[in-house]
Design a protein around this ligand. Structure first.
Ligand code: FMN
Length: 203
């Protein structure tokens, strides 16, 4: 089992990275056998997509190659996205442009992050517009993390810390479900029904 964690914030010290750290620690507890690949978009490691990505010797193709290998190896993904101006950060949308079939027919869950009471928009945006050509399969469960500065600052599950305790358990529930989907989807990808050569792009 290999799990990919994509961190969608471009900020060098982001709350989304903090969330990834927590998620990473919980997956290790749930599935000690799992390998985890964290791809953090801090400081924009991916330039804006251009057509050199379509050329086998293009600069972007070379840059993407090792990332592509890691993603292709993953069985499922956690997409962590902050809400920026009511949107998903441009770098995260750019990441999806780079993807060919690395995420195809693999389950994923979304965790959105807000310093205030936001976080709904990234969920709606990702569910609406990031799956068509990537063929990523978002599971019905997602998590919205609000007032993020005050929660998830450690790995301790303390009932007295009500909001923190609730979201930590909610994340755990979501990750447990994602692990089940990960196993189940392996069979789907092994089937001979999927034909990404014939239908590389969703309708
Ligand atoms: C450019 C920008 C726009 C933002 N717009 C929103 C917003 O529309 N709604 C919201 O709840 N938070 C907004 N925030 C605050 C983020 O929720 C906050 O930075 C939070 O820590 C998550 O982002 P991070 O992972 O980059 O730290 C914005 C932050 C930035 C940097």
């Amino acid at each position: 089992m290999k799990v990919g964690i994509i961190v969608g914030s471009h900020r060098s010290e982001s709350q989304s990275s903090k969330v990834a750290k927590f998620v990473n620690s919980q997956i290790k507890k749930l599935r000690p056998d799992a390998t985890i690949f964290i791809f953090d978009l801090r400081n924009n490691p991916l330039p804006l997509w251009d057509e050199s990505k379509w050329k086998s010797e293009g600069n972007l193709t070379k840059l993407w190659a090792p990332i592509s290998l890691e993603l292709s190896d993953c069985d499922s993904f956690i997409i962590i996205s902050p809400e920026w101006s009511g949107m998903v950060p441009a770098g995260l949308k750019n990441f999806f442009l780079y993807c060919d079939n690395e995420l195809a027919h693999k389950p994923a869950t979304i965790i959105s992050v807000s310093s205030s009471m936001g976080g709904s928009y990234p969920i709606a945006e990702l569910r609406m517009s990031s799956y068509k050509n990537t063929h990523i399969c978002y599971i019905p469960e997602h998590v919205i993390l609000q007032k993020i500065d005050g929660i998830l600052n450690d790995d301790v599950f303390d009932e007295k810390n009500k909001d923190d305790y609730y979201v930590k358990n909610r994340i755990l529930y979501c990750l447990n479900l994602l692990m089940l989907y990960s196993e189940a989807f392996k069979g789907i990808r092994k089937s001979d029904v999927i034909d990404l050569k014939k239908y590389p792009y969703g309708m």
